[in-house]
Design a protein around this ligand. Structure first.
Ligand SMILES: NC(=O)c1ccc[n+]([C@@H]2O[C@H](COP(=O)([O-])OP(=O)(O)OC[C@H]3O[C@@H](n4cnc5c(N)ncnc54)[C@H](OP(=O)(O)O)[C@@H]3O)[C@@H](O)[C@H]2O)c1
Length: 315
């Protein structure tokens, strides 16, 4: 049996509980993992909030899609993107459905060797945000010499996008609340406060203009300012303003209907992200960990939309 988090109804974090569920033997192409840390992402609360539909036949819902842990058993033909998977391997699982668990069976194709440079909590937070940021930079063609505006730069996806854009040789103008500005400067970005007057502040911060923009928050402000400053709409991407993004003809990325899921590019990014983390060229900032049983507290925190970097659950 494994402790797993389930949403037993649609609603707020009060609908979450920890239950015991049997763990199946891994089948062909699968592996069983003893989970050491689980990455928490905003979509994890959106799935039971009702905002993405409230069909009662989907209850109870297992949560989560990324975790890090140790392989305890591998089924036949368990081969991941980096090669065969065997008991004892330290791995990151992404996308692994139902990852909020103490033990998990996942497709071997979802398993990437854990960089030794990351601890368990950091490893659990590398791939969802990293692959999303990678996709957003690729979709907008960010390259050396560009100046890129990143909205919500201190969030989970934002800190990945800032580091990856800087590593490509781009100048990064990063929106965040003033308390995060010192930290963003340390990462090489030019920080700017979001809120009234954002467009003028970005113009002052980037007198040579903005070549591309990533909206990682979904506010009208982020879209309006991006449209005002970037000449080519194909170089503006949103991962959160799905309806508005489609209306405006900018790049809309992710799992929503009509969006570009970027499955191939995101899957391929996983080994690159692990390599960069191993080389200490990409850091994962985990600001808080919670025991699995405190999942509701973790979700209240991520729902505030003001966390910096990542939160992890420890089974
Ligand atoms: N489409 C996809 O494939 C995909 C993938 C991953 C995530 N997402 C979505 O993308 C969004 C970001 O994900 P995440 O994991 O990065 O979330 P997150 O870590 O919760 O983002 C929090 C950040 O948002 C910033 N923020 C809050 N209000 C803001 C505003 N009005 N303007 C600018 N920044 C603001 C906060 O900055 P301060 O603390 O400084 O205020 C904080 O750093 C979520 O909606 C998530 O569901 C989509």
């Amino acid at each position: 049996m494994s402790r797993v988090v389930v949403a037993t109804a649609f609603g707020g974090p009060e609908v979450l509980s920890v239950a015991d569920e049997p763990v199946p033997e891994p089948g062909p192409g699968e592996a069983r993992i003893e989970v050491r840390a689980v990455g928490v992402n905003p979509v994890d609360w959106k799935v039971y909030s009702g905002a993405m539909g409230a069909d009662p036949s989907r209850l109870p819902i297992r949560l989560g899609s990324e975790a890090a842990g140790v392989v305890t058993a591998a089924g036949p033909h368990a081969v991941g993107p980096a090669g065969p998977v065997a008991a004892g391997d330290e791995v990151i699982a992404f996308r692994a459905s139902g990852a909020y668990a103490a033990e998990l069976v996942a497709p071997a194709q979802a398993l990437v060797p854990k960089p030794t440079a990351l601890d368990w909590a950091q490893a659990s937070g590398l791939l969802l945000t990293g692959a999303t940021a990678w996709h957003a930079l690729a979709a907008t063609g960010v390259q050396a010499g560009d100046t890129v505006l990143i909205h919500a730069a201190a969030g989970g996806v934002g800190l990945m996008a800032v580091q990856l854009a800087a590593a490509r040789g781009a100048v990064v103008v990063a929106t965040a609340s003033p308390a995060r500005h010192g930290f963003l400067r340390e990462l090489g970005a030019v920080p700017v406060a979001y809120g009234d007057g954002l467009e003028d502040r970005v113009r002052d911060a980037a007198p040579g203009g903005i070549d591309a923009a990533l909206d990682l928050i979904g506010t009208d402000e982020a879209i309006d300012v991006s449209l005002a400053l970037v000449a080519d709409r194909a170089r503006i991407a949103t991962i959160a303003a799905f309806a508005r993004g489609q209306q405006e003809g900018i790049r809309v990325l992710g799992g929503a209907p009509g969006a570009d899921p970027g499955t191939e590019i995101r899957d391929a990014a996983r080994l690159e992200l692990a390599r960069l983390a191993q080389d200490r060229a990409l850091r994962v900032f985990v600001t808080r960990t919670y025991p699995l049983a405190d999942v509701a507290k973790a979700h209240r925190e991520i729902m505030s939309v003001h966390t910096t970097g990542k939160i992890a659950l420890i089974p």
